[in-house]
Design a protein around this ligand. Sequence first.
Ligand code: TMP
Length: 201
Amino acid sequence: MRGKFITLEGMDGAGKSTHIPNIIALLESRGIEVVSTREPGGTALGESLRAILLHEEMHPETETLLMFAARREHIEKVIAPALARGAWVLSDRFTDATYAYQCGGRGVQAEKIIALEQWVQGDLQPDATLLFDVPVEVSVARLINARAPDKFERESESFFTKIRNAYLQRATDHPKRFHVINSNQSLEAVISNVNEVVMAL
Ligand code: TMP
């Protein structure tokens, strides 16, 4: 049986990555093989593209194309084979991030992203997406303490407001797939919310 494809999304500073070990442990306790991966990245080429994407300035459409180039490789080498053998794939970000950052944040036309999504993914879509949501002030305050902020983490509060709004719009547009986690609570409360969602997958 095909495995499930789970993605984690949220603004920089929303705290999503903290929950990955816990989510893996929960799924493994159910006897599920989990492949944990991330975007941009997940393959050798993808990680090379990540280094460029996170540190070099470029045209927003170049950024979009490179995200999808990395994604094409990621699907081919990691995601599709894992799902086919019945493993579950947990990806720290996927195409919703392109809609949030490149479309919402940078203003790339949605039609262009839709076309690339169809080209690169065909029918592949996440089965479930956990969106870690925090008010923009909270994420920006967390990023101020980041030691070596990347290109995205150095963006303005107005950029992050656009990202948050774009993510929440995606969640509204895909209510069955999205699970919005209020990440502006105590860590225990967020963990319990995540556990509830993951156990129901
Ligand atoms: P990370 O900090 O969660 O590892 O993500 C790396 C950065 O890449 C993050 O700031 C969001 C950005 N990103 C995009 O702009 N578009 C995308 O499609 C993806 C996958 C990530």
